[in-house]
Design a binder for this molecule. Structure first.
Ligand SMILES: [Zn+2]
Length: 319
């Protein structure tokens, strides 16, 4: 790299928003949502030393004034797993760094489980499922054979996960119920895969460095819904969370969050709402011209601090 290019790069202005889901050491993580506690600790330690860590609420002001700092970072979490409270919170507090937690309101509570976690229990944590599966999802019947074979099991998991991703909660629940019956495993979530309960969410929101945002009610791609259904997912989750934390919710993160998971209607709803900012889920750096309702974020995987430092630097250069 030439000296000039190097100088240009270090002067680049922008804010990088990190997207985490879970901080946990678990047996099975097929969606790669977990960062181990050890890696998370060293990642936060690293960014605390090398970057300016901002709050998401600072970003609104920054985008209005267009005074974009160099190398700013913001930490966000999606979904609302219990480990955000049990494992991430103590580490964030140890380094005194702010973070925003986007919570799926329909899944708050001890005994609620995201459908991908039920699938994870059935296909990966449970060792004794029946050999063959025939399942009907809407009008399509699919058969999966010889599920003792690891590759077949993986394929069945991925195929059903993908099929249910774009379905509404009625179709999802029906399929999950059928699968639980077929596998003969109970509907109680595994301790390592639980969601936040109301008390934990309240405690999380009490720390003034932490901000709570909404992440819909049922975690369905908004683009697959009618305008009315989109509004319900967005505003019911906001209202439900405001009732629990007794504070105004000003941020939203689109479920799944890729450009295919929301649409023009979603952006129109958000721009007419009192949400200050909405986060998406595709890589990028926030710059002065970033749309406040399409904030890019980079997903952090379970990587050690050497890889993590390169990942952060590369993102600032690449986008
Ligand atoms: Zn999510």
């Amino acid at each position: 790299m030439s000296v000039f290019r190097y100088l240009k790069n270090i002067n680049k202005k922008g804010i990088q928003i990190l997207l985490y889901h879970r901080v946990a050491d678990v047996e099975s993580d097929p969606q790669q949502l977990c960062v181990s506690q050890e890696n998370f600790h060293s990642q936060i330690n690293y960014i605390k030393q090398h970057y300016e860590i901002l709050k998401l609420s600072d970003l609104k002001e920054i985008l209005i004034t267009k005074h974009i700092p160099k190398n700013g970072l913001i930490i966000t979490f999606d979904d609302g797993y219990e480990d955000n409270f049990k494992n991430a919170k103590p580490i964030l507090e140890e380094f005194n760094v702010p973070a925003t937690f986007f919570i799926t309101s329909g899944f708050i509570g001890e005994n609620k489980e995201f459908y991908q976690e039920t699938l994870n229990r059935i296909f990966f944590l449970e060792k004794r499922i029946p050999l063959n599966l025939t399942i009907k999802i809407e009008n399509k019947t699919i058969t999966y054979e010889n599920l003792l074979n690891e590759e077949n099991r993986n394929n069945a998991y991925r195929n059903i996960h993908f099929t249910l991703r774009g379905k509404n909660s009625i179709v999802r629940r029906k399929a999950i119920k059928e699968l639980l019956k077929w596998s003969k495993i109970g509907d109680k979530p595994d301790d390592d895969y639980k969601n936040l309960n109301e008390a934990q969410l309240k405690l999380l929101s009490k720390n003034h460095s932490f901000e709570i945002g909404a992440h819909s009610v049922n975690h369905i791609p908004l683009s697959s819904l009618s305008i009315q259904e989109q509004k319900e997912e967005i505003f019911y989750s906001k209202a439900e969370l405001e009732k629990i934390i007794e504070e105004k919710i000003s941020f939203f993160a689109y479920p799944y969050g890729t450009k295919e998971d929301y649409n023009e209607e979603t952006l129109k709803i958000m721009s007419q709402s009192d949400f200050a900012l909405s986060c998406a889920n595709y890589p990028g750096i926030v710059k002065s011209n970033t749309n406040i309702h399409e904030i890019p974020r980079v997903v952090v995987r379970d990587i050690n601090v050497e890889k993590f430092s390169k990942f952060i630097t590369n993102n600032f250069h690449k986008y």
